[in-house]
Structure formats: structure tokens, C-alpha cells
Design a protein around this ligand. Structure first.
Ligand code: MSP
Length: 515
């Protein structure tokens, strides 16, 4: 069986997860669920980046031991991912012993390859980024990502000889255009690497928090070197050779655009140095903006994902983010668009389709699905739309165009509702000689609902299972996209139930300018 290994970034636990981190995790979850439904042996890794100075400072500011603080914060992440139905197979924390061991192992390999040397670093350090900046990287003296004042830092560190890898990196991007996606991000990376490629520091003189450098216990491993290593330690590097051989190299690292340099320049060079194969793709998404600012833990532009899930349910949050925010560009979160999407797409289009279909079956056939009769042009057009929705969904998901895949799926939702209008089952029901036609129409629209449940499985898994349950079908299972998407697989004579509306309409609040 083919394997598929994908990862999210590991998040800093110096604040609770927010909607931006949820976005990245949900997008990755959609892909992981899709791969499982396609029958891949899938491994989906997420976790926490704990050995960072910003985490240590935050803990000490609160008078807490950093490890206790991380343990507390980890629960918020686990809890949110559970509430959002994130289907990760691994949750790595970089303070775990096996990770520490493997991070040291990787660094030792780079050292043995002659790529690590001692030098003095003098430069600006941005704590939220955990990254060094030169004078000309700063914008008005501030970090270009966080708009925060960096700290002047001067210390003796170990460096990784990144400059040695310039040619090999450029050749790698050239030979593997899928290595950085979307394409325009790869162009940014190529330009970065074509310019001056500075060696980067891989250790810090912090003895209180972090993983000791294997060849100098006076220093700890720089948090980005340590953090990137999670992608291999999370699937057994230095611990479980069998698991490592099974899943590595990763098929996809999903990241935000602000951490491209670390993933697309530093990480491949580190792996080349240590003689470890390179991941297939790094997919960089954009940022969610809210009231004109990037949503982030430090800026107070927060939309609380915990509250959102409590109020509207996991699927509504997952659906909104995947439908409204493109997975390659920045997108805007607004409450107005949330309510619009919920009411228009989920309550009206999808919810009504399921409700009308099952209610008509109850009304006209006592809830027992009739067998279809001969096919008319209208029936064929519904079947064709289902086929092209399946193809569009697969294409979009394969190419990480997660919102385009959803657009395709929606063509079937729309067509199925139109099909009901065009065939007017309520009129057919009045004419006894149209009984067979009525049965055919209701069979076809029920079949469309079944196919929609499978297609929506990666996005709104709870709703998909609820839809299948109403149709008397088993819940989503691995491999079902390979054998279950054929039109006409739904066997007649089964009992279909109606149930409550899947998405009761929301009353829309008054919106002020700022929402
Ligand atoms: N710990 C590092 C990642 C190490 S991976 C080896 C880190 N952590 S973070 O918590 O600051 O950010 C994690 C991810 O969240 C980044 O990919 C970042 O782009 C993403 N997002 C943070 N705010 C976001 C939005 N407002 N919108 C979308 N993604 C956002 O960086």
C-alpha cells in the first residue's frame, strides 16, 4: 500500500492556539483524511515546539517551570484538535526524550560531515520568530514579520555552513519543481538562495532550556534546528528504523509563508549534510487576516477557535475556513462572511438538500428507497455533474487547491437542488401514473447525497457520517473513494431516515464596520 506522510508546523506553546494555527491544521487534516479515503497508509504529524526562548520567557514571566508550563499549554492544543476533529496520528513535543536524542544525532551527523564550525554571532534576534536578522532585513528597525523590536545579541555560537549548499540547493529546486509549492513560492525561494546565502547559527548560549549540543554541553541547539528535526523524529528517526523507512521522506510539510526560509533552505541543506533523503513537497499557505491584521497570539486580533467550535460546531468552522480562505494566498476572516457561508452554503444548500430528500422519501415511500427506472436527459446530467465533481475534487485535493476542490463539490450540491426543482417530485406525487418516475427522481437525488457525503468527508467528517447514517450507509472508511464513488452503488429497498436539520439557520447579528 502506498504511504502518505504529512506534517503541520509544530506550534510554539507560548499562547493558546488561534484561528491561524487552526487553519493550517485543518487544511492538513483535510489532506490527511483525503489520503486515507483514497486508501493510502497515511501518517499525519503535528505537535509543539517547546524548546524555544519565547516559551521559556513566557513560563518564567508567569512564575512557572518551563516544562510544567508546556505540559499545561499542550492540553489546549490537544483539546482544540480534538474538538475540531483533527485526525493526527502523532503529536510530537520537542521536550520528549526520543526527540532530544534524535535531534542531537542529526546535529552530530552534520558536525561529522564537516558542516559545523564555531564563530561569533552579532545581530538582531526577534524573539517571536526565534530568528536572527541583519540590519537591512529590518523594517524601520523592527522585525518584518512581527513588527516587534528585536534584541541585539552577541555571542559565540556554532554555525551551519549553509553557503556551501548554494549550488546543490539550486539544482534541487530545478530538478524537483514540486519541492516548493505553490510555484510562486518556489521562485521566492530560488531568489533567496541565489542572493547571499549566510551561514546560520545552530546553537545558543542558553544553559537553562533546550537540548544540549552533543559536542559542547555549554550550548543548546538553536530552536529552529531542533524544531525542524521533529519531522524525522516524529516517524522514528534514531528510534524506530522500520517506521522511519516506511514514512520518510515526507510527502508534504504544510507551513505558513513566514517560515519558508527555514523549511525550504535550511531544512534541505541540513538533510543533505546528514545524508537523509529530502521531503517531496513543502506547501506554503498564506495568512488569515482579520480587521486588516494577521491574526496572531500577540496582537489581540483573536477570533477564539474554542468559542467558535462551541457555538457553531467543528464542521462549520472547518467548512468556513476551507471555503472562504484560499489555501495558497492570504484570506480575510470576517464574521459577516462566516454567517453568510453558514446560512447560504450549509443551512440552505447542503442542509436543505439532505432534508428535502429524506423527507420526501418518508412522505412518498415510507422512508424506503425505491429502485430507479429508465434514465432521462435530466438524470444523465445529474450523473455527469457528479462525475465531474468527483474529478474536480480529486484534482483540487491532489494539488492542494483545497477551496477549488470544495467549489467542484458544490457544483453537485447546486445541481442536485436544481434537479429537484426541475423534476418537481411534489407534482409527480399527484399523478399515480408517475409513481415510477417519482421513485427514479428520489433515487437519483439520494445517490447524489451519498456521493456528496463521501466527497465532503475530508472537510466536514461529522456531517458526512451523519448523512451516510441517514441513508443507512456505513460511516466513512479507509479506501472508500476508490470503490464507493460509482454512480448507482446505492442499493434500493433500504430504509432512509430524516433526522433533524444538519445546520439550523443562524440568526444574523448586526455587523458593525469593524467585523
Ligand atoms: N514553531 C515554529 C514552527 C516550527 S516548524 C518546524 C512556528 N510556530 S508558530 O506557532 O509561531 O507558527 C506556526 C504556524 O502558524 C506558521 O506556519 C504560521 O504561518 C502559522 N500562522 C500563524 N498565524 C497565522 C495566520 N494568521 N494565518 C495563517 N497561518 C498562521 O513558527
Amino acid at each position: 500500500m502506498s504511504t502518505y506522510y504529512l506534517t503541520t508546523p509544530i506550534y510554539y506553546p507560548n499562547a493558546k492556539p488561534h484561528i491561524g494555527t487552526a487553519f493550517c491544521t485543518i487544511g492538513s487534516d483535510v489532506q490527511a483524511r483525503y489520503r486515507r479515503l483514497q486508501g493510502y497508509d497515511t501518517f499525519f504529524l503535528t505537535g509543539l515546539d517547546e524548546n524555544s526562548l519565547n516559551v521559556e520567557r513566557q513560563a518564567r514571566n508567569q512564575g512557572k517551570d518551563p516544562q510544567d508550563y508546556c505540559d499545561e499549554m499542550a492540553e489546549f492544543f490537544r483539546d482544540l484538535w480534538e474538538r475540531l476533529n483533527i485526525s493526527h496520528d502523532g503529536f510530537i513535543r520537542t521536550t520528549e526524550e526520543h526527540h532530544k536524542h534524535a535531534a542531537r544525532l542529526l546535529l552530530q551527523k552534520c558536525y561529522d560531515a564537516g558542516d559545523i564550525y564555531k564563530g561569533t554571532y552579532a545581530g538582531w534576534y526577534c524573539l517571536p520568530c526565534e530568528a536572527f536578522y541583519a540590519d537591512d532585513d529590518l523594517v524601520d528597525g523592527k522585525c518584518p514579520v512581527h513588527d516587534a523590536e528585536p534584541e541585539w545579541t552577541e555571542e559565540e555560537n556554532y554555525f551551519f555552513a549553509l553557503s556551501k549548499y548554494q549550488d546543490r540547493l539550486l539544482a534541487f529546486y530545478e530538478e524537483h519543481p514540486e519541492s516548493v509549492l505553490p510555484d510562486f513560492r518556489r521562485n521566492e525561494v530560488v531568489n533567496m538562495v541565489r542572493g547571499e546565502l549566510r551561514d546560520f547559527s545552530i546553537s545558543r548560549a542558553n544553559k537553562t532550556w533546550g537540548i544540549p549540543v552533543p559536542f559542547d554541553e555549554e550550548q543548546v541547539i538553536y530552536v529552529w534546528f531542533d524544531a525542524l528535526t521533529n519531522y524525522i523524529t516524529g516517524v522514528g528517526y534514531g528510534r524506530d528504523d522500520e517506521q522511519f523507512a516506511r514514512y520518510w521522506p515526507a510527502d508534504a510539510h504544510v507551513i505558513g509563508k513566514d517560515i519558508i526560509r527555514f523549511h525550504c533552505v535550511y531544512w534541505p541543506a541540513m538533510l543533505m549534510s546528514a545524508g537523509v533523503p529530502l521531503p517531496t513537497t513543502v506547501w506554503a499557505h498564506g495568512w488569515i487576516m482579520f480587521r486588516g491584521l494577521k491574526i496572531s497570539k500577540s496582537r489581540g486580533t483573536d477570533v477564539d477557535p474554542f468559542d467558535m467550535v462551541d457555538e457553531f460546531g467543528a464542521d462549520a468552522v472547518r467548512f468556513y475556513l476551507m471555503r472562504e480562505i484560499p489555501f495558497d494566498q492570504d484570506g480575510i476572516f470576517s464574521w459577516e462572511s462566516f454567517y453568510n457561508r453558514y446560512n447560504a452554503d450549509l443551512a440552505n444548500d447542503l442542509g436543505n438538500l439532505v432534508h428535502r430528500t429524506t423527507s420526501m422519501l418518508a412522505r412518498y415511500f415510507d422512508g424506503v428507497l425505491p429502485a430507479p427506472g429508465g434514465e432521462t436527459a435530466l438524470d444523465a446530467s445529474l450523473r455527469d455533474t457528479a462525475q465531474s465533481a468527483i474529478e474536480g475534487a480529486e484534482q483540487g485535493l491532489e494539488s492542494w487547491d483545497l477551496d477549488a476542490a470544495l467549489d467542484s463539490i458544490w457544483t453537485l450540491v447546486t445541481r442536485a437542488n436544481q434537479y429537484i426543482e426541475e423534476n418537481a417530485p411534489w407534482e409527480l406525487a399527484k399523478a399515480p401514473d408517475q409513481r415510477e418516475r417519482l421513485g427514479t427522481v428520489l433515487y437519483n437525488v439520494t445517490e447524489a447525497v451519498r456521493i456528496l457525503a463521501l466527497l465532503l468527508g475530508p472537510y466536514i467528517p461529522q456531517t458526512a457520517d451523519a448523512m451516510l447514517d441517514r441513508l443507512g450507509e456505513p460511516p466513512l472508511a479507509a479506501g472508500v473513494w476508490q470503490h464507493g464513488l460509482e454512480w448507482g452503488s446505492l442499493t434500493p429497498e433500504r430504509t432512509v431516515t430524516t433526522g433533524k436539520p444538519l445546520f439550523p439557520r443562524l440568526e444574523v447579528p448586526e455587523f458593525s464596520e469593524s467585523t
